[in-house]
Design a protein around this ligand. Structure first.
Ligand code: ZN
Length: 382
């Protein structure tokens, strides 16, 4: 019960202090060191977290675990697959650190996976247990991408549990990627998803559901392709990041539709996908402050989103999408943006979305990928 309520946790803390006063310091030490006390202060597990940024910089994994403290229980751990070029002819002495800060191209930086693995392996077993590393450094438009993923598992056995967050369509980013563009109908992506299903790798996929600034009443451009992709790969567990929204990919009309010619709004689209028995392998994350802004735009919207989350509590995961933070406050800020929505959830739905769905999906991935490594690699780590 204390899992749900910050107030309960604080009262529990006061109780322990009283216990210390009454029964002496040695008993207090025993009480404070109980794992249940630390567990109960955890607000969420972070399903969407980038240790490094677009120029491959960020805190060490050790520093990150310290930042997580007693508020963030577990966290996915990935870099960013794309590196922003510093093109002198474009920005001169200004060194861009974000994709919006330069016209110069982005390119796939596969070494990110070695960085993440090395960071993870520098930790103690207790620290590692809190992190769930993901492979990102592949080009999803390359038929050889799946070979990279296999090679990373073989080079760093016992480390990775999934792939992603990687992007297929993303505002401004897709157009800046050097070489051929990723697509939902590219067989290279089918090879990746086939392998994810076979090895048990959890997938976190970013794909804008529509083009930026769309105002039309038509169906979002990538919805049909995305639905077909997920249907083609029932063995893969797929988390569609940000429910397909982004900085400038806004949800279709927030109000319920009123005319038959008008297309469904975003919540209705999600409802339909979640209802579809051929898409049981599909999950969504609610992550990124740029997307939270839509959810908390009005009390009416908060209510409609909460209704959807309460209807399908096992299908959503909370994540921050924070990139290379300096301290815990960046993640807590994104978490608390959702407070008005969380307040409208049942205690069970809130717990599922903040913690339990994460544990279920990542624990299953851990077990499956380790089993695949044992069976398929000549030298899997214990
Ligand atoms: Zn992200």
């Amino acid at each position: 019960m204390a899992e749900n309520e910050g107030g309960h946790r604080r009262r529990g803390g006061v109780g322990l202090i009283l216990a210390a006063a009454l029964f002496g310091a040695s008993l207090a030490i025993v009480l404070w060191s109980r794992p249940a006390a630390a567990e109960s202060s955890v607000l969420f597990n972070d399903e969407h977290f980038h240790l490094t940024n677009y120029i491959q910089k960020g805190p060490t994994a050790k520093q990150y675990v310290a930042m997580m403290g007693d508020k963030i229980g577990r966290s996915a751990l990935f870099g960013i697959p794309l590196q922003q070029t510093w093109a002198y002819e474009n920005s001169g002495d200004f060194a861009p650190t974000y994709y919006l800060e330069s016209d110069a191209p982005l390119y796939y930086y596969s070494f990110t996976d070695a960085v993440i693995a090395t960071e993870y392996l520098s930790l103690t077993p207790q620290e590692r247990a809190r992190l769930d590393p993901m492979i990102t450094g592949f080009n999803p438009a390359d038929m050889y991408a799946v070979d990279h993923i296999r090679r990373v598992l073989a080079t760093f056995p016992g480390v990775f549990e999934g792939i992603g967050e990687f992007s297929i369509h993303k505002e401004f980013v897709s157009a800046k990627v050097a070489g051929n563009k990723a697509s939902l109908i590219n067989p290279a992506l089918d090879r990746i998803f086939d392998f994810a299903g076979e090895a048990g790798l959890l997938v976190i996929l970013h794909c804008d559901i529509d083009t930026p600034f769309d105002k039309g009443d038509r169906e979002p451009i990538y919805l049909t392709q995305m639905r077909a992709l997920i249907r083609r790969h029932p063995a893969a567990t797929i988390i569609w990041a940000h429910t397909g929204l982004g900085r400038v990919v806004a949800p279709k009309g927030q109000q319920a539709t009123t005319t038959p010619v008008r297309n469904k709004n975003h919540i209705e689209i999600l409802d339909e996908l979640l209802e579809d028995s051929s898409l049981k392998n599909l999950y969504f994350d609610i992550s990124w402050d740029e997307v939270a802004k839509y959810a908390i735009s009005s009390p009416g919207t908060e209510k409609r989103i909460a209704d959807l989350l309460n209807k399908y509590p096992s299908r959503f995961l909370f994540g921050t999408d924070v990139v290379a933070p300096q301290d815990q406050s960046a993640q807590l800020r994104v978490f608390h943006l959702w407070d008005p929505v969380f307040a409208l959830l049942t205690p069970e739905a809130s717990l599922d979305i903040r913690k339990k769905n994460y544990e279920r999906l990542f624990d299953a991935a851990r077990i499956h990928v380790r089993a695949w490594e044992k069976k398929n690699l000549s030298n899997p780590s214990p």
